[in-house]
Design a protein around this ligand. Structure first.
Ligand code: GLN
Length: 307
């Protein structure tokens, strides 16, 4: 298949959608990002990469990092992890407090904010300190992306520390139900640090390969998680990766995917490739509007999806 030609067709057809929607201005450090950008990349199992647009421009990965922390927490805790966080779609916005109160401080899944904050708490306990957890999360991401230069942006973390009232509220609510072990500010700071990691679409498409290949990096042959765990992460990405638009994403795109409010979306094509698209303006559910459309065009044009 001529992937380069398909990506170029997508870049042309996507133009009317670029800039539609709204950048995530609730994080002031992200409000200044130029909405008129689009980049898309894919990486095959032999490392061959195809890309179009600004696929090498770094952006804030935000909630895409939740895939990596979920992976690390599953590796550390196995099935025990599901005592503190569920695996059902929430049908609610990513930062909602309502369901968490009804369900006694146990978040529905690891991809809504409450669930990801809880997973970060589990990683702090496992690794022994917030600093060690941040270090291990970054080291894991560098390894799966095969890129030792990846960093977290301090300005974005600071910006969320100053404005992240809802995330603090979620942490407080879980703490009140006895479902958070560590200090609230330490947990949210560590959570913001991994959300503030900066990567480009090329690196992120490379980083998805272990999930397309049953938990083992097809290039380095390193196994990060078991095939069953990889299957489950993909299942949770499909059912919960786009919050209250997860059904819509499965309907239109038909791939396990995870979005972030930085405008990135990663997707997994089992046994074939990792994909990442980036365009900063978001739809009402906080997912890249042009990015979602581009992935729909990709699965339609290639005829590849999990269905
Ligand atoms: N750091 C962001 C937040 O907590 C992540 C949200 C997202 O990307 N959906 O609000």
């Amino acid at each position: 298949m001529d992937y380069q030609a398909i990506l170029e067709e997508i870049a042309t057809e996507i133009k009317p959608y670029i800039g539609q929607g709204k950048v995530a201005d609730y994080i002031p450090a992200l409000a200044e990002v130029d909405a008129q950008q689009f980049g898309m990349a894919l990486t095959l199992f032999d490392g061959t990469q195809y890309s179009v647009g600004v696929a090498d421009t770094p952006f804030s990965i935000q909630s895409i990092s939740k895939v990596f922390t979920f992976t690390l927490a599953l590796d550390a805790y196995g099935f025990e992890l599901y005592k503190r966080v569920g695996r059902e779609p929430s049908g609610n916005p990513f930062n909602s407090l309502v369901q968490l109160e009804y369900e006694q401080g146990v978040p529905r899944n690891p991809f809504i904010n409450a669930g990801a904050i809880n997973v970060t708490d589990a990683l702090i306990s496992h690794f022994g300190s917030p600093a060690k957890a941040s270090k291990e999360i970054l080291a894991f991401i560098r390894m799966i992306a095969d890129n030792g230069t990846i960093e977290s942006d301090k300005e974005v973390t600071e910006s969320e520390m100053l404005h992240g009232y809802r995330n603090r509220a979620l942490a407080n609510l879980m703490k009140s139900f006895g479902n958070l072990d560590n200090d609230i500010l330490d947990v949210v700071q560590t959570y913001f640090e991994h959300c503030a990691i900066v990567m480009n679409a090329q690196s992120l498409s490379r980083a998805m390969l272990y999930l397309a290949n049953h938990g083992t990096d097809p290039i380095s042959q390193q196994q990060f998680i078991t095939p069953q765990q990889a299957k489950r992460i993909n299942a949770v990405m499909l059912t919960c990766g786009h919050y209250d638009a997860s059904g819509d994403f499965a309907f239109h795109v038909g791939l396990p995917g995870k979005s972030g409010v930085g405008g990135g979306i990663v997707a997994v094509i089992p046994k074939t490739m990792g994909v990442c698209v980036w365009s900063p303006a978001l739809n009402a559910q906080g997912n890249s509007l042009a990015g979602t459309k581009a992935l729909e065009l990709f699965t339609n044009k290639t005829g590849i999806s999990i269905f």
